[in-house]
Design a protein around this ligand. Structure first.
Ligand code: DHE
Length: 557
């Protein structure tokens, strides 16, 4: 028994060394470990029925493709190609899937998300060649497009007396819905059927429309002026997606308010420009090209975050695997101009500095933040930060000593890192790490503040320690020497994603709970840090991202 356990431990340690490393390390290791011709042949692929293969393919798409890539070539997680997985074999793979890894892979088995049968299925599936999913041409997108309420049939003024600019669009991830919650009264105004696992919501420049994007690539448009806000259009733009943004420019080059939406896809690797009033797909642009470091062709460079400039008709589109930041000028989409900025591989999430001239984005597995000047359309610099930065859109405020700063938390370590962002009045601090605050541990996903707030809030949602994953920390803007104040936001579950109300006086935090327990949204009074309300309603199923209309339109974070 003991020998068996020791053998299993050894297998786990060996495997963690490979699976748990950084993607760069893993790629290097994979390259080193490519079997020379004389090595023994790999074991045969385990048998699977067609039904088992189809089920495993769906589970992989739902749970694994985001980190390992649809083609399993690796990204946030390491590659899972058969040359490696067959060498591990079913037993070792089952151990990973059950227990997760120190490199951040979730413990699907221990969390009860996959049962023993499904874990066995996935371990066998991973030893087969990855099936290549089909492309999605514009014609096929158009066939899926549904204009449910044409613009002429929509109200010309809000059909309710609510402060709709203080509404929150709250993702109900496992229900395939978005709740529209009145930020003033805290009432659920409507629950909209958006489809599978909405990842984010973004608002049109007027704030009237909410655009959501699901993991399955379905984009939905919600009209907040309806008596009960509801879907007015939907379209499937990709088979996997994470980002959506709108056109926010109004100026000498035209009025693009509420004119376009743009979806960034993981598969097929492309972005799609949609009519902002109807969601009709207008144009798709492939992101396949060559990597910044070695100039190698990448067949699956996924679109990560997208932000819209307020000063130019430009979207900033981050192409993860090639490491290119594309500045897409949407003033004339038939003669589209794209400036390709060489940055760093593994681009993920990011946001504007307070002036909205500079865009800062995490190159997560490179442990860096890339800074782009949207005015000169050039890379400013790459900044080394902590392990696996994950800012969401980050947070902006004025540090008493260093001037304007932008901050990120990290998945790989418990650290809030502040970067100086004012090259004009504080040039000595610009684009340097000026402070680090210790947090409780890694697993940090989001950080947020508001110009009216004294605090900067951070979560630890993906930490493996149950007490830490439900804990929040705040740091004081006025007293930067003070240690962070941290507490558990709930007795169980994970505290994930923070959002302010329009006034900046309240902070909303989601508490994800197990499937059989009620999730909730906790509302804090930002002045006193005391709890003000707990939104508990059986309809609030895994509330995740929360997007306040006014703050999202104006990029307040
Ligand atoms: Fe996200 C933002 C991708 C896992 C909740 N997530 C983003 C963005 C990207 C991304 C590219 C930036 C969009 C933008 O700004 O345009 N997320 C990914 C992944 O690839 C990853 C790592 C794995 C996956 O399979 O999806 C992943 N994300 C998660 C989660 O597990 C979270 C916590 C819950 C969920 O929905 O599955 C999650 N991601 C979010 C949220 C945002 C987000 C709430 C928006 C934050 C904001 O304030 O803007």
């Amino acid at each position: 028994m003991r020998t068996q356990r020791r053998a299993l431990c050894l297998a786990i340690v060996m495997a963690l060394t490979v699976l748990g490393g950084t993607a760069a390390g893993v790629l290097a290791q994979a390259r080193r470990s490519q079997p020379p011709a004389a090595q023994p042949a790999l074991p045969p692929r385990p048998r699977m029925t067609d039904a088992e293969f189809a089920e495993a393919k769906q589970i992989f798409f739902d749970r694994c493709a985001g980190c390992h890539g649809v083609l399993r070539k690796g990204a946030t997680g390491p590659h899972l190609l058969p040359e490696k997985t067959r060498a591990y074999g079913t037993v070792v793979l089952k151990t990973f899937i059950t227990n997760g890894t120190q490199g951040g892979m979730p413990d699907w088995g221990r969390q009860g998300i996959l049962d023993a049968r499904q874990i066995d299925l996935m371990a066998r599936y991973l030893q087969h060649d990855p099936p290549v999913p089909p492309e999605l041409p514009l014609g096929q997108m158009k066939a899926s497009w549904k204009l449910l309420v044409p613009p002429g049939q929509r109200p010309d003024r809000p059909q309710h007396g609510r402060d709709w600019q203080n509404f929150f669009a709250v993702t109900l991830r496992d229900a395939g819905q978005v709740a529209i919650i009145d930020g003033t009264t805290k009432e659920i105004v409507s629950i909209v059927e958006t489809g599978y696992a909405v990842h984010i919501s973004r608002m049109s420049a007027s704030g009237r429309y909410v655009y959501t994007i699901g993991r399955d690539g379905k984009a939905t448009m919600i009209d907040l002026w309806m008596a009960r806000p509801d879907k007015v259009a939907e379209v499937k733009t990709c088979s996997e997606a994470r980002s959506v943004e709108t056109s926010k420019y109004r100026g000498p080059e035209g009025d693009f308010h509420d004119r376009y939406a743009v979806v960034g896809c993981y598969w097929p690797p492309h972005f799609v420009i949609l009519d902002g009033q109807t969601l009709e797909p207008l144009k798709n642009v492939s992101t396949r090209s060559y990597t910044v470091d070695r100039g190698e062709f990448h067949p699956e460079p996924r679109v990560a975050s997208i932000v819209a400039s307020h000063f130019k008709p430009t979207w900033i589109i981050n192409v993860k695997e090639t490491g290119l930041i594309w500045l897409v000028d949407y003033a004339d989409i038939r003669n589209l101009k794209i400036t390709q900025i060489e940055a760093e591989k593994f681009l993920h999430d990011g946001g504007w500095d307070a002036s909205k001239r500079y865009f800062l984005v995490a190159a997560n597995q490179a442990n860096r933040v890339a800074v782009v000047d949207a005015r000169t359309e050039k890379l400013v610099t790459l900044i080394d930060v902590g392990k696996i930065p994950h800012p969401g859109r980050g947070a902006n405020w004025v540090d008493p000593e260093y001037g304007p700063v932008w901050a990120t938390v990290h998945l790989g370590e418990g650290r809030l890192t502040l970067i100086g962002t004012d090259p004009e009045r504080h040039p000595q601090h610009a684009w340097k790490v000026v402070r680090n605050y210790p947090l409780l541990g890694g697993g940090g996903l989001f950080v947020k503040t508001h110009p009216e707030s004294e605090w900067v809030w951070a979560d630890h949602a993906l930490n493996s320690d149950p007490a830490i994953q439900r804990s929040l920390c705040v740091v004081s803007k006025r007293d930067p020497g003070a240690a962070p104040r941290c507490w558990e936001a709930a007795a169980e579950g994970r505290a994930v994603h923070l959002e302010y109300d329009r006034s900046g006086r309240e902070v909303w935090v989601s508490i994800w709970n197990r499937k059989d327990r009620q999730s909730e949204v906790v509302v804090y009074d930002d002045r006193t840090l005391q709890e003000k309300a707990r939104l508990r309603d059986p309809r609030l199923i895994t509330p995740t991202g929360k997007f306040n209309v006014y703050n999202t339109v104006n990029d307040i974070y």
